[in-house]
Design a protein. Structure first.
Length: 212
């Protein structure tokens, strides 16, 4: 089986956060050495999620939008329709991947996607994610257990950004947030989902893997 073929892609559409989170946990707990890795592509209805190290002081005025404390790394972020989410369910031991290398790989996939659209994306030292002109366009958060990971990344595509003003995004006060629709026209980013999964698979496929 080739490196590309051993990653299954599932398109889940619009799904509530908590059931998908529980499905990721169950998938990770039940998988074995032969289980293929998967990438889940989806969107969530409006929700704030608080990571393991999240401080509620970064929740400023959440209003009627639910807040869910979960087991990913990081602080608080917002998910809503129009945001592209890619959850990576990977066997890190089999792929010889450390968390730092995986984070760098995910960031590079987003940077390369943005470059395809004529947008310059950049990293920030000590602040995982990708930025365009000092505004955050993609957020990352992972959980590792049993040598496998879940959760992943969110890329702002064409969404209502107002809820980000109700929090300190990723724990940073006054952090500006941006999205693809502010930097290029819709026809260019209409296939952002496919571009993202192609970049993720391309970068992950370059990593040498152990045989089960």
């Amino acid at each position: 089986m080739s490196a590309r073929q051993d990653i299954r892609v599932r398109r889940l559409g619009l799904r509530d956060f908590e059931p998908v989170w529980r499905e990721m946990q169950a998938f990770t707990d039940q998988r074995n050495e032969q289980s293929p890795d998967e990438i889940w592509l989806l969107e969530h209805p409006p929700v704030f999620t608080l990571g393991l190290n999240g401080k509620r002081e970064h929740l400023l005025d959440t209003g009627s939008i639910p807040v869910i404390a979960c087991d990913r790394g990081g602080q608080v972020t917002y998910h809503g329709p129009g945001q592209l989410i890619a959850y990576l369910l990977l066997d890190l031991r089999r792929r010889n991947l450390g968390v730092k290398t995986l984070v760098h790989t995910m960031e590079q996939a987003v940077i390369d996607l943005l470059a395809e659209l004529g947008i310059r994306g950049e990293r920030r030292p000590g602040a995982p994610g990708i930025y365009v002109n000092d505004a955050k366009i993609a957020a990352l958060g992972l959980r590792v257990r049993r040598g496998c990971c879940y959760h992943g990344l969110s890329l702002n595509r064409d969404m209502d950004l107002e809820p980000f003003t109700r929090i300190n995004p990723c724990g940073y006060k006054n952090l500006r947030v941006t999205q693809l629709s502010e930097h290029c026209r819709q026809p260019l980013f209409a296939d952002a989902e496919q571009r993202l999964v192609s970049q993720l698979i391309e970068h992950l496929s370059r990593m040498p893997k152990q045989m089960p």
